[in-house]
Ligand binder design. Sequence first.
Ligand code: ADP
Length: 161
Amino acid sequence: MPRVAIYPGSFDPLTNGHLAIIQRGLHVFDRLVVAVATNPEKTPLFTPEERKALIAEAVGRDPRVEVDAFEGLLVDYARTKGVHTVLRGLRAASDFEYEFMLANMNRKLDPDFESVFVMTGEDYFFVSARLVREVARFGGDVSAFVPSNVLEGLRRKLGIR
Ligand code: ADP
């Protein structure tokens, strides 16, 4: 049986921190489903379709990675996929508290559900999609934190060079 995990997130946009988690996740799992969480109540910078396209482009043609989007509960989405394992990244202690609550809530909702965490390395522990959006919006250089296609996407979206 191939080992498959879902890596969910908002990915608004994908950062090098996310990419590192995907690469390291592939050392543990045979396949990953990178799943863009869509929330109709939030106004993201990139639409779910744009976020999916940026991820697919950055990952390249790796048959081990599927890019998808979902709305609603992660456990319900995972069930429709027949997957019971979720991959998440941990940056700092501040991520831990939220991820701990989320993992336990998900396991209450579906007892078969398991969360697996990969800790980020020193290169990206301070990189979040939100910070990237904010720095890019004010014209800061985010080229070290996102893949080149995302950098292009940010420039187009924000009308900056
Ligand atoms: P962000 O918090 O950057 O907006 P997401 O909501 O898309 O990102 O996060 C999806 C998952 O990826 C979460 O588990 C988050 O902790 C993890 N993650 C995001 N950025 C990093 C990073 N730089 N290093 C490790 N994990 C990360």
